[in-house]
Design a binder for this molecule. Structure first.
Ligand code: PEP
Length: 252
C-alpha cells in the first residue's frame, strides 16, 4: 500500500481578506513542485475565493467544521453538503478546540465524520489526549476511545476518505511539540487500530501540535507519521512551504 503524505494548514480564526488572498497565492507557489497532498483550511468566509484561486493548482481546500444535519433550522451552522458544493475536498472533525470550547463529544464528532463522508469529502478526524490524561498514564486509552468511536461507525468503503490527525492537546499552539518518539508511539498504536478496522486501506495518520519547519523533518522520518495538520506555522507561506518540502523529501 502506498504512503502519500498530506500536509494541511488549519488557519483557525485568523487572517483578514487581503492576508487570506496573499496566503493562498503563497501556498500555491510553495506547493507547486512537491509530490505530496497539500490542503489549506481557511475560515468559512474565504472558502469560495480560495477554491477559485486554487483551481489548476495542486492545492486543495478544506473546512474547519460543519454541522452534521443536512439542512434546517440551525442558525449560524453550515452543512457538510454545502461545503462539498462550495468545492471543499476536506473537512476537520473533532479538533480539540471544538471539543474543548464548543463541547463536542465523541458522539458529535462521529455524526460530523459521517456527514462529511456522506457529502463526498475526506474527513480529517482529530484525536489526542490532554496533559492531565498523559500525566496520568492514560494517553493511549483516551486515543483508543476516540479512534474507536469514529472507526466503528464507518462503512468499509468509506475508509479511503478518512485521515486521522493525532494532536496531543498539550502540544497545540503551545510551541511544545511531541518528540518524534512520543508521536510515533501513539501513531503506531493508532495504526494497529486502523489496520484491524480497514486492513486493505492505508489511512493517513497526521501529526499535529506545534509542527514547524524546524521539527517537520524529524517527525516525518517516523514510519507511522504520514504528514501534518499545521496550525500557526501554516499562516506563513514560506514556513509552510518548508514543511511541505520536508514531507516531499520524506516521501521520496
Ligand atoms: C492545529 O490547529 O491543529 C494545530 C496543530 O495548531 P499548532 O500547529 O499551532 O499547534
Amino acid at each position: 500500500m502506498s504512503r502519500t503524505f498530506l500536509v494541511a494548514g488549519n488557519w483557525k480564526m485568523n487572517t483578514l481578506p487581503e492576508e487570506a488572498e496573499s496566503l493562498v497565492r503563497g501556498v500555491i507557489s510553495v506547493a507547486e513542485a512537491a509530490n505530496v497532498n497539500v490542503a489549506i483550511i481557511p475560515p468559512f468566509v474565504y472558502l469560495f475565493d480560495a477554491v477559485r484561486s486554487v483551481q489548476g493548482s495542486s492545492v486543495a481546500v478544506g473546512a474547519q467544521n460543519c454541522h452534521y444535519e443536512k439542512k434546517g433550522a440551525f442558525t449560524g451552522e453550515i452543512s457538510a453538503e454545502m461545503l462539498a458544493a462550495a468545492g471543499c475536498r476536506y473537512t476537520l472533525a473533532g479538533h480539540s478546540e471544538r471539543r474543548l470550547y464548543f463541547g463536542e463529544s465523541d458522539e458529535i464528532v462521529v455524526k460530523k465524520t459521517l456527514a462529511i463522508l456522506d457529502a463526498g469529502m475526506t474527513v480529517i478526524a482529530c484525536v489526542g489526549e490532554t496533559l492531565n490524561e498523559r500525566q496520568a498514564g492514560n494517553a493511549l486509552k483516551v486515543v483508543e476511545r476516540q479512534v474507536d468511536a469514529i472507526v466503528s461507525k464507518i462503512d468499509k468503503d468509506a475508509f479511503a476518505n478518512v485521515a486521522i490527525a493525532y494532536e496531543p492537546v498539550w502540544a497545540i499552539g503551545t510551541g511544545l511539540a511531541a518528540t518524534p518518539e512520543q508521536a510515533q508511539e501513539v501513531h503506531k498504536f493508532i495504526r494497529t487500530i486502523l489496520t484491524t478496522a480497514a486492513p486493505d486501506t492505508h489511512i493517513p495518520i497526521l501529526y499535529g501540535g506545534s509542527v514547524t519547519d524546524a521539527n517537520a523533518t524529524e517527525l516525518f522520518a517516523q514510519p507511522d507519521i504520514d504528514g501534518a495538520l499545521v496550525g500557526g506555522a501554516s499562516l506563513k507561506a514560506d514556513v509552510f512551504g518548508r514543511i511541505i518540502a520536508a514531507a516531499d523529501k520524506a516521501s521520496s
